[in-house]
Design a protein around this ligand. Structure first.
Ligand code: SF4
Ligand code: SF4
Length: 390
């Protein structure tokens, strides 16, 4: 039977394929509300997954005006998939809110910070072209190599240790040089509200991957953009896409022990939302850390599928900086309650957010590179010992 008020989404017709997904939330008793980092940090009904989906739905079917107060909740989402994993329908809230951002932007409602991201996208993405010039990575790179590496533009534009170490460690794990992908995955376009631009970027990156054996991705956000969001948009990659942690977990035998080299105290794994709930990769990074530590890594109270967001995704630090800060501080408070020490992660945005707040944080690639050095050192010592004894 048709709903009593089954109006078409006339104002935002681009959301028609998402109508059933939106309605699931609109008519739901908000079973996922405790999972949303945004409405937990700022407890307003409009910021719950239900509220954000309802606002987009009611703008689309012309029940409320097209105005900033009804449009902007669509940008109040980190894309963490927390609600989806707490929903009996496994409802795709993040993907639908990203689609709503695009439809709202086309209708003329685009928050100023998101507009700035779109205006500066070309400049931001160009940073990937500079990675090859980094003296730390140059010796690991050969444009004709079969294995490609996508560092991610968050690493690239800041010239981070984690970005350089992703390239160097991947080359050593695969036993040869690697080619650098200098095309952005397009995630900033998706998050800002340019879905068509995101799809075009997917076509560009697919072209860049033609002929490669596979691509290893350093930033969990880029890996999810390729494997989840581009796949949902119908863009398929011509080579398998794997996250760096999955490669490292396959090559555990190459990693040495890092006794005390990661600092005093606990070493705790922060599940990036895009790697854990996004790609379902929970074991690989834990296997890597267990190998290099000689014990299981320390854990947050909230971990794996229940792991909490860092607040750094979906452009939230730009659209709602105070809320993003509150989410990050809550995650670091969990870290301190759990015993403090070093956080290891594989999300460039989380890493930066935590470091900005004074936490000791390392990218998983940095840990792996040190473990590769440790294995080499152990081999050299063994050779020297054997030589002495000869
Ligand atoms: S995501 Fe699921 S649980 Fe949450 S409001 Fe929507 S339908 Fe309800
Ligand atoms: S994806 Fe995360 S931030 Fe977005 S509405 Fe769901 S729980 Fe909230």
């Amino acid at each position: 039977m048709a709903r009593p008020d089954d109006r078409p989404l006339r104002r935002l017709p681009q959301l028609t394929p998402r109508k059933a997904t939106l309605e699931r939330c609109v008519f739901c008793p908000k079973l996922c509300r405790s999972a949303c980092p945004v409405s937990n940090a700022e407890p307003r009904e409009t910021l719950t997954p239900w509220g954000k989906m309802s606002m987009a739905y009611f703008v689309a079917n012309e029940s409320v005006p097209l105005s900033p107060s009804f449009a902007e909740p669509a940008w109040a989402c980190t894309g963490c998939f927390g609600c989806r994993d707490h929903c009996d329908h496994h409802n795709d809230v993040a993907g639908t809110l990203f689609a709503a951002r695009s439809a709202l932007a086309q209708a003329g409602e685009l928050p100023a910070p998101a507009r700035r991201v779109l205006d500066r996208f070309t400049e931001r993405a160009a940073a990937l072209g500079k990675v090859a010039a980094d003296p730390r990575v140059g010796p690991s790179v050969d444009a004709s190599a079969r294995v490609a590496v996508l560092v991610g533009c968050e690493h690239a534009r800041r010239g981070t240790e984690g970005g350089a170490d992703t390239v160097r460690a991947t080359a050593r794990l695969v036993g040869g040089k690697v080619a650098l992908v200098d095309v952005c995955c397009g995630a900033p376009l998706l998050y800002a509200g340019d879905h068509d631009g995101f799809v075009r970027q997917g076509a560009r990156i697919a072209e860049a991957l033609e002929g490669r054996e596979r691509v290893v991705v350093g930033d969990a956000g880029c890996a999810a953009a390729l494997r989840v969001h581009h796949a949902a948009a119908g863009v398929t990659m011509p080579a398998p896409v794997e996250h760096f942690s999955e490669l490292a977990a396959r090559e555990l035998g190459k990693l040495g022990r890092l006794d005390g080299a990661l600092g005093d105290g606990p070493v705790r794994w922060h599940d990036p939302c895009q790697l854990g709930r996004g790609l379902g990769v929970y074991e690989a990074p834990r296997q890597v850390l267990a190998r290099v530590l000689g014990r299981a890594p320390d854990e947050f109270e909230r971990r794996r599928a229940d792991g909490r967001c860092s607040g750094a995704g979906g452009l939230l630090p730009l659209t709602m900086p105070d809320v993003a800060r509150g989410i990050a501080e809550e995650r670091l408070a969990d870290h301190e309650r759990s015993g403090g020490g070093t956080v290891v992660t594989a999300c460039a945005s989380s890493l930066r957010s935590f470091q900005t707040r004074g936490a000791r944080v390392l990218d998983l690639a940095t840990v792996v590179l040190r473990a590769l050095d440790a294995a080499d050192g152990a081999r050299d010592r063994q050779t020297a010992t054997t030589g002495d004894g000869a």
